[in-house]
Design a protein around this ligand. Structure first.
Ligand code: UGA
Length: 469
């Protein structure tokens, strides 16, 4: 099918490259001429595993092209996917101006019956707004659908091609059918063999195709992100309780996650969630509720717990080092999560700013982040490897759970540090191995020792709980 994607950002490019891989002819329109040129030359503006290969392959095969000219991109489209930023402006209000500009371009150039599909996260009622802007601009309606994206950075290609579900909000069932046709190989899990090979193990059986009204689909997107953020804040709150009262949050997460009603995901305690989605969407949903006099208490609490959790590093440094002025601290990882170079609303930025305010000297290493944002320029000095960052440090803080940090030679790490303090903000290291290497290991919500009455267990025998003494 002939498809258009408006917006060549993360969501737009993953959508376009994957749809082209399924055999559709996809034209991407973006207002940024430089970006269009670079994309046409096979250069991606960000890192996303597997995306470059798909983009280059689609482009070479003539199924994927990039344009600044909206008319060229849209004039033959059976469906036009809107994938543009919807940032928050003050007070949790969502700025839909880019979305409206994209809508007007589609209204002007798309052929009759082109399905306008909004994939940008936007408040309930936005599909209705899109429909009315189309009518106003074009003097005639176009069908409109909402099809939220559930693409996590680092696994976006997989999330697109092997999703848990597809959600579609429409006013007429026939419009859902157009999306059913576009996504057919994904829904049937009938992907080309090379993709199946690249994706590895994927669930079997048809992908659930959830058809709802447009406002419901819009709310599903916000509710999904809010729920995941709440879960992480919940386990972080349990971590705080464990730190004060006893218990190991890592084992608590395993213990509750085995209950099928709870499940194991998004229960990894740490120094807080970040990125371009959770912080923005949870504030936006809370703001929407407020416009109707509703206080979204759980959303607000999740945010507060998250803000508190980001202060964990400074708190623990004070406990272990006393005064912080003049101390040297190494930050291992800056990206808001592994697999990306994204620093948008990353806990690292807030942590580094706070520590710099306390006159801490900061050295950092991240395998992917090369360019520091303006607020970290002059605040953090970058190192070329983790040991280099840790040299002479009074503490090492694991900020991002990059796999390579789990492979560090801990004895060597200990040998280059001035004070052997490791704050594991992602519970990545094995506490027993870290302590055996002579490090003072502090995890999130993990005890400094295991609280077992003396003589009750032989910790050296296979029957005992072993370990964390
Ligand atoms: C999130 C959602 O997972 C996607 O489904 C959604 O499509 C996307 O937002 C979006 O709205 O576009 P993403 O922000 O890329 O994706 O990252 P996640 O993997 O969800 O992680 C979010 C944050 O939670 C990260 O800071 C991560 O470190 C933190 N997290 C996650 C934890 O601290 N603990 C966990 O157990 C899981």
């Amino acid at each position: 099918m002939e498809l258009a994607v408006v917006g060549g950002g993360h969501v737009g490019l993953v959508t376009a490259a994957c749809l082209a891989e399924l055999g559709h002819r996809v034209r991407v329109q973006d207002v940024d001429g430089g970006r269009v040129e670079r994309l046409s030359a096979g250069e991606l503006p960000f890192h996303e595993p597997g995306l470059k290969e798909l983009t280059v392959r689609g482009h070479r095969a003539g199924r994927l092209s990039f344009h600044t000219d909206a008319e060229v991109a849209l004039k033959r489209a059976t469906a036009a996917f809107l994938c543009v930023p919807t940032p928050n402006n003050g007070g949790g209000r969502v700025d839909v101006s880019s979305l409206m500009a994209a809508t007007r371009a589609v209204a002007r150039y798309a052929p009759p019956d082109c399905l306008v599909v909004n994939r940008s996260t936007a408040p309930m009622g936005t599909a209705r707004l899109i429909a009315s802007v189309v009518c106003e601009q074009r003097g005639a309606p176009l069908p409109v659908a909402v099809n939220p994206e559930f693409l996590a950075e680092g696994t976006a290609v997989r999330d697109f091609l092997a999703p848990d579900r597809l959600v579609v909000g429409v006013w007429e069932e026939a419009h859902a059918q157009v999306l059913r046709r576009i996504y057919k190989p994904i829904l049937r899990r009938d992907l080309p063999p090379h993709l199946v090979r690249d994706l590895g193990e994927v669930p079997t059986g048809d992908v659930p195709f959830v058809v709802t009204s447009p406002p419901t689909a819009e709310l599903i997107k916000y509710a999904a992100n809010a729920f995941l953020a709440v879960r992480v804040s919940f386990i972080n709150e349990i971590a705080r309780i464990a730190e004060e009262l006893g218990g190991d949050v890592y084992e608590v997460a395993q213990g509750i996650g085995l209950d099928h009603r709870i499940g194991p995901h998004f229960l990894h305690a740490g120094i807080g969630w970040g990125g371009s989605c959770f912080p923005k969407d949870i504030v936006a949903l809370e703001g929407m509720a407020r416009t109707r006099g509703l206080e979204a208490r759980i959303l607000r609490a999740a945010n507060e717990v998250n803000a508190e959790q980001r202060r964990w590093v400074a708190r623990k440094l004070r406990t272990h080092l006393g005064t912080l002025a003049g101390r040297r601290v190494a930050l291992l990882g800056l990206a808001y999560k592994p697999g990306t170079d994204d620093l948008r609303d990353a806990p690292s930025v807030e942590i580094a700013t706070e520590l710099a305010r306390l006159s801490v000297r900061l050295q950092a290493y991240d395998p992917m982040v090369k360019d520091l944002p303006a607020e970290l320029e002059g605040v953090v000095e970058m190192s070329s490897d983790p040991l280099d960052a840790a040299r002479g440090a009074d503490a090492v803080v694991i900020v991002t759970e990059w796999a390579e940090f789990a492979q560090l030679d801990l004895a060597e790490l200990r040998s280059v540090m001035s004070v052997p303090l490791v704050l594991d903000g992602r519970n990545l290291l094995d506490p027993v191995a870290a302590r055996a290497a002579g490090l003072t290991y502090v995890g999130v919500g993990r005890p400094a020792f295991v609280d077992i009455p003396e003589g009750r267990w032989d910790t050296t025998s296979a029957d005992g709980p072993g370990g964390d003494l």
